[in-house]
Design a protein around this ligand. Sequence first.
Ligand SMILES: [Zn+2]
Length: 97
Amino acid sequence: MWRNRDRATQVTCIACGETVSRSEAREYDKEGDRYDRSDKEFEYLCKPCHRELNHQPRGGLEQLLAESGAGDVSREEFLTRYTELATESEPRSESER
Ligand SMILES: [Zn+2]
């Protein structure tokens, strides 16, 4: 039985805005240190986004998120910028499975 549909178990993907269950999401820590959990609010990525982001160099991802205005602009704005930047730096040839 699936009873845990309350918001506590739902997280929002920071890349696509999709709401997924926490167990299906991947933690994304902007500071890159997921073992230091004190006073931190983790962000989440859904699996498809996490997989795509992993194809990029770590430094590039940070820069990409920063340039996209993560946390500073509306989600819509962020997604628009992010998509532009992401497609610009990486040709659309990821292997779909
Ligand atoms: Zn996503």
